[in-house]
Ligand binder design. Structure first.
Ligand code: TGC
Ligand code: FAD
Length: 389
């Protein structure tokens, strides 16, 4: 087999600490045993495997980087990245659930919440007893959230929220929604709770991507949100965008997991499938595809590891995170599509995984800042000239 060492061609495993390796292997085993066998059925039915949530909590992957006093596992950023990588090896829907719950909802409460809000929500969210979502995007404001039309009007004892959010992961199953709205003092974050009068979260149907994920609308018709549910530390759009950095970091790692799954599947298939008297893997055209994919996956892994070190040192600039999200989502989409072709007709069956990953990665390419928005973020970082407007 020459120098091939699994999809870790540069031996990045050697850079991991004992703890990081242990976390990765634990989540990998869990995904192989509990996710891979059932996920095609959920994607076919358009359902999220809610029964896995207590198990994810038991594994410590909900809010894994938060301090133990709030129920977190106090893991480092590379551990978090590896968790995302392994979850997305199973399906992007599972990583999306974890990204939104941990990196967006729990992070927003941790970074911008009052002590009371943190104590009320975070331990229960870490145990998977309460689920979170994050409402920034609106029907008419996606890439440009600054234009949001959801309004928070001051009332006695709090705010009244009016407006709607769209494309909200976990919305229908969430107990608490971090909702961003335009208030008198600028953009602010609010904790909107399931059951509040005037609040509903209908599920969006008809997705051809991330079919095993719950995606919802959030409808707020004059929802009275008490003062205690305003995130005191979140002032301005920058607070919402800071949460996105956490999730984009996880997506950069997760995309690698999806690409690895497709690569392994195509390799196993092409080693055994015989055409023209020899295994498909023995043909030069296919070897060129493997060589190109291995190169791109390896480059993406290197980006993740360096970004992990920068983030752990508190030095990851948001444009650096954009570069990794942009590159790795694109890379994984390309790899998944190529692997699908390498499975021939079997590649369109859902007993194989590559086409499901490819379909999922269409959404990954678009959410958390589209490919084009990250291009513009990098363009602005390089030139000093913003070209968004
Ligand atoms: P702009 O004027 O550039 O920024 C407003 C303020 O925010 C600061 N800032 C950031 N801070 C932290 N992290 C970042 N990534 C930041 N980006 C900007 C900025 O310095 C400024 O601060 P200040 O103090 O000067 O006020 O804002 P803009 O209106 O020009 O917009 C810039 C743009 C287009 C890059 C941004 O709005 C953007 O990123 N748009 C994309 C929207 C997006 O990514 N939405 C994601 C929604 S959540 C989601 O998709 C979940 S997917 C589910 C899953 O993960 O599985
Ligand atoms: P638009 O902004 O309308 O963009 C359409 C096209 O125009 C894109 O190709 C875009 O790149 C391009 N474009 C836009 N502006 C420019 C420009 N200035 N220059 C050049 N091209 C441009 N949001 C949340 O808040 N929370 C969630 O949990 C969440 N989960 C999601 C789950 C899924 C499955 C999906 C698909 C989306 C989710 N989103 C969520 C929304 C996601 O963040 C948005 O879809 C994304 O930010 C893009 O917004 P949009 O779809 O409105 O596209």
């Amino acid at each position: 087999m020459g120098d091939y060492r699994g999809v870790d061609f540069y031996g990045l495993d050697d850079l991991l600490t004992e703890e990081q390796r242990m976390v990765r292997d634990t989540v990998r085993d869990f995904v192989s045993a509990e996710v891979v066998p059932i996920i095609a059925g959920h994607a076919r039915d358009g359902t999220f495997p809610l029964e896995l949530v207590p198990k994810l909590a038991e594994l410590g992957v909900l809010g894994p980087t938060l301090p133990e006093e709030y129920g977190g596992a106090a893991l480092d950023d590379v551990c978090y990245g590896l968790i995302c990588q392994e979850l997305e090896r199973g399906d992007s829907a599972l990583r999306s659930f974890a990204s939104v719950h941990s990196s967006l909802a729990m992070h927003a409460i941790f970074a911008f919440g009052s002590e009371e809000q943190k104590r009320r929500w975070l331990p229960r969210m870490a145990r998977g007893e309460k689920i979170g979502c994050f409402g920034l995007t609106e029907p008419d404001h996606g890439s440009d959230p600054a234009g949001m039309s959801t309004r928070a009007t001051r009332i006695d004892g709090g705010h009244s929220l009016h407006g709607s959010k769209m494309w909200i992961t976990n919305g229908t199953i969430a107990d608490v929604a971090v909702v961003w709205a335009q208030a008198e003092s600028g953009v602010r974050g609010f904790l909107v709770e399931k059951g509040m009068k005037g609040f509903s979260a209908p599920e969006m149907k008809g997705k051809l991507s991330l079919r095993a994920s719950v995606t919802s609308e959030l409808v707020m018709e004059d929802v009275e949100v008490p003062e205690g549910n305003l995130l005191p530390g979140a002032k301005g759009l920058g607070a919402a965008l800071a949460c996105l950095n956490q999730a984009r970091f996880g997506i950069a790692w997760g995309s690698v997991g999806a690409a690895q799954a497709c690569f392994e599947e195509a390799l196993a298939y092409q080693r055994t499938r015989v055409q023209f008297g020899k295994p498909l893997a023995g043909f030069q055209l296919n070897q060129a595809k493997f060589a190109d994919m291995l190169t791109e996956i390896t480059k993406a892994q290197l980006l993740c590891h360096r970004l992990g070190s920068l983030k752990s040192a508190g030095k990851a600039a948001h444009a650096q995170i954009s570069l990794a999200k942009r590159n790795n989502a694109r890379m994984a989409l390309d790899v998944a599509r190529t692997c699908r072709t390498m499975l021939g007709a079997n590649g369109i069956l859902d007993e194989y995984h590559s086409m499901r990953h490819a379909a999922n990665l269409e959404a990954v390419y678009t959410y958390e800042g589209t490919h084009e928005i990250h291009t513009l973020i990098l363009g602005a970082a390089v030139t000093g000239i913003e070209a968004f407007r």
